[in-house]
Design a protein around this ligand. Structure first.
Ligand code: NAD
Ligand code: AHE
Ligand code: ZN
Length: 368
């Protein structure tokens, strides 16, 4: 079939809206009509050529929601008409990781996914006879896409696509980092670095978990109001204070119980670790750093009891947890609507990237 898609032909170039060819689903795969997709900073990072797994030409996008239109042979868990959220972290429920009970990092299809291919080692997309690579197993910047069955979460049908697509990455990553990875408890003090599409969800997750102080840190002063809107109690602009770490350690009587990096900046990751409380504070890396960057700190920071951890997709097991997060949204336990600051057509998708880089959006969503 033909489908409209925003194609990343080359790094650092705007996406091009073209008609591409899409092969139907093979065994164990499903064809999904994407109804809406968010634009995450990770899409921008890959488009900017900063991802060591970045591969071109490809169809980016990994934060979508849509409807199953066709299923391949042997597919049993979804059927045409089902509403689904694509999962860049699938859940096969059979691999060592899935069975471990210790991680959400399913390994069933990770190798081919990282090569921009479907599990059989081929691409379903092509343009003028040349293959186009998939991205993070999702490629939601295409109106229709093909996904493995294990990489879709079936969701309730009354959830609006325009907002629930954000659960495909940002919401689950932020809220999940708090509840699944950190396991924040009532009374804990939390610090969030970077109050964008992910950081604001960490803030709302921390509030939901009953955190006491929730300190937001951002170099964009406009983010003070955004943070307060979702439960932040204190705001620090690193450009207004001499030493961010010292400022936070003093504010929180020794430091954070939990801190979260939502910037992808390795210097900020160090600050996030070092503002943790001696003896027990844990810092969670969420931000994705440019290829080649490394983190560092004095080992003494760890010897004296601080912990450094990371999380992908908020530690969520997609097929199991995503439908529950959709329920949280629909029941008013978490908010999404105010964070969708811009709704764009596919033709306007590059504007979404510009708004993100200018710090003017929280989430831009493309509606097909
Ligand atoms: P965003 O652009 O919406 O937000 C980033 C925020 O960080 C902005 O508010 C910006 O002003 C702030 N910032 C930048 N430099 C800063 C600094 N030096 N100090 C303090 N604040 C600073 O991006 P996003 O969509 O929220 O994504 C945030 C990061 O999380 C990205 O690196 C993205 O790739 C990553 N991410 C990771 C996962 C995961 O599963 N681990 C999932 C989604 C996104
Ligand atoms: N491909 C990069 C790493 C990118 C990365 O860490 N991605 C996160 C999701 S970001 C969503 O916005 C992730 O899920 N990581 C785990 C995984 O298996 O990819 C690189 O450095 O090579
Ligand atoms: Zn993302």
């Amino acid at each position: 079939m033909k489908t409209r898609a925003a194609v990343a032909f080359e790094p650092k170039k705007p996406l091009e809206i073209v008609e591409v060819d899409l092969e139907g689903p093979k065994a164990g795969e499903v064809l999904v009509e994407i109804m809406a997709t968010g634009i995450c900073h990770t899409d921008a990072y890959t488009l900017d050529g900063l991802d060591s797994e970045g591969i071109f030409p490809s169809i980016l996008g990994h934060e979508g929601a849509g409807i199953v239109r066709e299923v391949g042979q042997g597919v049993t868990s979804v059927k045409p008409g089902d509403h689904v959220i694509p999962l860049y972290t699938p859940e096969c429920r059979q691999c060592k990781a899935c069975l471990s009970g210790k991680t959400n990092l399913c390994t069933a299809i990770r190798a081919t996914q990282g090569q921009g291919l479907m599990p059989d080692g081929t691409s379903r997309f092509s343009h003028k006879g040349q293959p186009i690579f998939h991205y993070m197993g999702c490629s939601t910047f295409s109106n229709f896409t093909v996904l493995p069955e294990i990489a879709v979460a079936k969701i309730r049908e009354d959830a609006p696509f325009q907002t629930s697509c954000y659960i495909g990455c940002g919401v689950t990553t932020g809220v999940g980092a708090v509840v699944n990875t950190a396991k924040v408890r009532p009374g804990d003090n939390v610090v969030v670095f970077g109050l964008g599409g992910i950081g604001l969800n960490v803030i709302q997750g921390a509030k939901m978990a009953g955190a006491d102080r929730i300190v937001g840190v951002d170099i964009n002063p406009d983010k003070a109001e955004w943070g307060s809107r979702f439960g932040m109690t204190d705001f620090v602009n690193p450009r207004d204070v001499g030493n961010v770490v010292e400022t936070i350690v003093n504010m929180l009587d020794g430091g954070a119980d939990y801190s979260f990096d939502c910037t992808g900046n390795t210097e900020v990751m160090r600050q996030a670790l070092e503002c943790c409380h001696r003896g027990w504070g844990t810092s969670i890396v969420i931000g994705v750093a440019e290829a080649g960057r490394e983190i560092s700190t004095r080992p003494f920071q760890l010897v004296t009891g601080r912990n450094w951890r990371g999380t992908a997709f908020g530690g969520a097991k997609g097929r199991t947890d995503v439908p529950k997060i959709v329920d949280w949204y629909m029941n008013g336990k978490i908010e999404i609507d105010p964070m969708i600051t811009h709704v764009l057509s596919l033709e306007e998708i590059n504007k979404g990237f510009d708004l993100m880089h200018a710090g003017e959006s929280i989430r831009s969503v493309v509606v097909y």
